[in-house]
Write a protein that binds this ligand. Structure first.
Ligand SMILES: Nc1ncnc2c1ncn2[C@@H]1O[C@H](COP(=O)(O)OP(=O)(O)O)[C@@H](O)[C@H]1O
Ligand SMILES: [Mg+2]
Length: 203
């Protein structure tokens, strides 16, 4: 299982609110950066390694446990390895729903239904899903939705209502006269206002 540990040796640098990646193994390709970790594709595989920033490394074990609980469910990546600062999971080809909105890719009601079904399945396994938002949902080219970034599915934590709020917004989005494409700046602005005035789970 320890084959992937060499890839977890990533150098990070903090710049104010942002964390940047400054050095990593040549077998890796930087794929995405979140608020707690950097995600790299492992070349010549169908896997990614999520390496947590200093100060967030405790999340690795928590997130690994959630992936183990959800093992076999179709709407979640499989877990391949986990260590003190990282997890290795399936690479999900596609675009986050956030990217879909920027590119004007239609978000179908069937995708919303898939998320709801995945959340029901996770709750049945005793988890309490939270932090479900547009950047943590990936749409694959064949129209399937995957949920990622699952640390805040753990039991006994304070849950948020982001997904319920997003579904309310979705009712607006579906109206014929509403735009189906938004600038990244605008979406980030809305997300900022939402976190500040409505709901910030990290505060
Ligand atoms: N398994 C995956 N397959 C493809 N892309 C992924 C995968 N996991 C994460 N990503 C990309 O990396 C970004 C950051 O990962 P995420 O797990 O959300 O980190 P954080 O906990 O810091 O928010 C995601 O928004 C997504 O774009
Ligand atoms: Mg995320």
């Amino acid at each position: 299982m320890n084959h992937y540990e060499q890839y977890a040796d990533v150098a990070f640098e903090r710049h104010g609110q942002d964390t940047r990646v400054t050095a990593y193994h040549p077998d890796l390709e930087l794929h995405g950066i979140g608020r707690s970790a950097a995600v790299f594709r492992i070349k010549a595989t169908r896997l990614v390694i999520k390496v947590f920033f200093p100060g967030y490394t405790h999340i690795a074990a928590e997130e690994a446990m959630i992936y183990r609980t959800l093992e076999g469910l179709p709407q979640f990546p499989g877990l391949y390895d986990a260590g003190p600062t990282y997890i290795v999971i399936d690479y999900i080809e596609g675009k986050t729903l956030f990217e879909c909105l920027i590119e004007g890719i239609w978000i179908d009601p069937a995708y919303i239904e898939q998320v709801d079904q995945a959340l029901i399945a996770a709750r049945r396994l005793g988890l309490t899903p939270s932090d479900v938002h547009l950047r943590n949902l990936i749409l694959t080219p064949d129209g399937r939705i995957y949920l990622i970034d699952l640390a805040r599915f753990r039991q006994g934590q304070q849950i948020d209502h982001q997904w319920e709020d997003l579904k309310r917004m979705y009712r607006l989005y579906r109206l014929r006269f509403m735009p189906k494409r938004y600038s990244e700046r605008w979406l980030n602005g809305v997300a900022y206002l939402y976190r500040t005035f409505v709901n910030d789970p990290r505060r």
